[in-house]
Design a protein around this ligand. Structure first.
Ligand SMILES: *[C@@H]1O[C@H](CO)[C@@H](O)[C@H](O)[C@H]1NC(C)=O
Ligand SMILES: [Zn+2]
Length: 155
């Protein structure tokens, strides 16, 4: 009985969110979680400024630093899935990941630009290409960290 209670406390925090969650830095909406994180491969080296490993909610994750044709720089990491809204239709121009087209993705709650959904150009592609979400590192924050800021001190 007590063991069950303690395990539950570790798995779910006071707001009912799961640990290891990444939330929108602007509004706190859940975006994705640790178990969804992936190291994305196949980046266009010509558009890659540099890359580094970043400890994201306890998991070392590859971050690609990329610029778009307008000159904006983004630190992008990968997730298998994320809770986002699509904005516009899929585009192939200036893709950072050759063989993938991209669709802009917004936060479902505050509409902040959170990243892009990348899907294989050819759905019938027999290669190993799988769709993924490229998320903007600056626009997410650890849900656990947010809780340390909002929790009332317990004396
Ligand atoms: C990314 O690769 C590193 C090794 O280079 C590994 O330690 C890490 O767990 C990987 N991260 C993910 C999200 O798969
Ligand atoms: Zn938001």
């Amino acid at each position: 009985m007590w063991l069950f209670v303690i395990l539950s406390l570790f798995a779910i925090n006071v707001d009912g969110r799961h640990t290891g969650e990444l939330v929108c830095r602007n509004c706190g909406k859940s975006i994705t979680r640790q178990s969804e994180l992936i190291n994305v491969t196949g980046v266009d080296e010509g558009q890659l400024q540099y890359q580094y490993d970043f400890d994201l909610v306890g998991k070392k994750t590859k971050v690609h630093v990329l610029t778009n044709p307008e000159g904006y720089k983004f630190h992008v990491f990968g997730a298998k899935t994320a809770h986002l809204h699509f904005h516009g239709s899929p585009q192939s121009a200036a893709t950072w990941y050759p063989g993938y087209k991209w669709t802009i993705c917004l936060c479902q709650s505050c509409s902040r630009h959170m990243g892009w959904y990348f899907e294989p150009e050819k759905p019938s592609d027999t290669s190993e290409k799988k769709s993924f979400v490229g998320l903007i590192l600056e626009n997410v924050i650890s849900g656990d960290y947010v809780d340390t800021l909002t929790k009332v001190p317990d004396f």
